[in-house]
Design a protein around this ligand. Structure first.
Ligand SMILES: NC(=O)c1ccc[n+]([C@@H]2O[C@H](COP(=O)([O-])OP(=O)(O)OC[C@H]3O[C@@H](n4cnc5c(N)ncnc54)[C@H](OP(=O)(O)O)[C@@H]3O)[C@@H](O)[C@H]2O)c1
Length: 323
């Protein structure tokens, strides 16, 4: 099969190659998926660049996320799943068969049915961002009829955080850096969208709510003071991204707000919670509550350029078209 892969870590253009490799076979409890689209996330380029060291045995086909159809099942997986349209999550976690290839094999639970109304484009964008958004929102309980703030509401995680929060009945405010991203956040369902770079952002958010139960945070170092100004005893600030510089924690300010902070890294989220999150995302898809951000498409052979686009902060989602 054709696969984009790397054999050493390094710059995208130096290490990613299109190669022919043997098609994988599903082991017990696994399914094989004929891929249509592969979704690229920041974690994929960070792993390829060597920023988050992982063992590399021979080669690594990158990317956790993708969409396609099941075309083979391993022992113990019902044959009824053959032909099922699925979205895939964490395909490259602990194995070499990521989704930047014509086929992948994953544990059956990581190939979640894609309802008839949901496109492959949406399916390929769900995995890492939607599961992360779900964990950030719900690890500390429901948010229905409560107020949620999503920092970076036009980012991939931010987008699904808005949509999943709205789906579960929350009121949602979001921050963005400019008008184009504001439009994306509004389209996802944010009732208030503010530009965090402009003065008055905090006051606008305070007028929207004095009782945020979640602040889904993409940049704690930049936003800590904003978050502290909005947080109270019911607020959980949930941090899912690290920047180059760690913030200094103003302990007295955190105490003053009676602040609770949670950190999320998808790779360490317990498996039952991941499976619950995938099931919830499936229900949201069935209820037509999720949408794709605008996608930027690259053919499989231009995988290195796709990585560069994600690395330079492309707006929307970058996907690879699989031949
Ligand atoms: N912990 C985990 O398991 C996990 C899972 C998924 C992603 N991540 C990490 O989370 C980060 C985002 O991932 P993604 O896929 O959502 O990326 P993305 O689609 O590029 O979105 C990131 C968004 O954050 C916004 N942003 C940056 N600085 C901001 C600030 N100070 N306040 C508000 N918004 C800000 C960016 O827009 P502007 O710069 O225009 O504001 C952009 O819209 C990456 O570092 C990724 O590695 C971690």
């Amino acid at each position: 099969m054709k696969a984009a892969l790397y054999r050493t870590v390094g710059a995208a253009a130096d290490v990613i190659r299109l190669e022919e490799v043997e098609r994988p076979e599903p082991g017990p409890g696994e399914v094989r998926v004929r891929l249509r689209l592969s979704g690229v996330n920041p974690t994929d380029w960070k792993a390829r660049a060597g920023a988050t060291p992982r063992p590399l045995e021979g080669f690594q086909i990158p990317h956790h996320d993708g969409a396609g159809e099941i075309d083979a099942v391993g022992e113990g997986v019902p044959a009824g799943r053959l032909g099922e349209r699925v979205w895939i999550w964490l395909a490259a976690a602990g194995q070499r068969w990521g989704t930047a290839a014509q086929w992948t094999v994953v544990p059956a639970a990581r190939a979640t049915p894609l309802p008839p109304g949901a496109s492959y484009e949406l399916g390929a964008c769900l995995g890492v961002p939607a599961l992360t958004a779900h964990r950030c929102l719900f690890a500390d309980g429901p948010v229905s009829e409560r107020d949620v703030l999503v920092a970076g509401g036009a980012g991939a995680v931010g987008h699904f955080a808005i949509e999943l929060a709205r789906w579960s009945g929350a009121r949602v405010a979001a921050t963005v850096s400019g008008e184009a991203k504001a439009e994306l956040a509004r389209r996802a369902g944010a009732e208030l969208v503010v530009n965090y770079r402009q003065p008055g952002a905090q006051a606008e958010l305070q007028r929207f709510s004095s009782r945020f139960v979640r602040i889904v945070e993409v940049n704690l170092a930049a936003n800590l003071h904003l978050d502290l100004g909005l947080a109270g005893p019911e607020t959980v600030v949930v941090v899912y991204a690290a920047d180059l510089e760690d913030p200094v924690l103003p302990v007295r300010g955190c105490m003053g707000a009676n602040l609770v902070m949670r950190f999320v890294l998808l790779y360490g989220v317990p498996r039952p919670a991941l499976e619950d999150a995938a099931a919830a995302v499936h229900r949201a898809l069935v209820e037509n509550a999720l949408s794709a951000l605008p996608v930027v498409r690259f053919p499989l052979e231009r995988c290195a350029e796709a990585h560069e686009a994600v690395q330079s902060g492309a707006t929307g989602k970058v996907v690879l078209e699989i031949p």
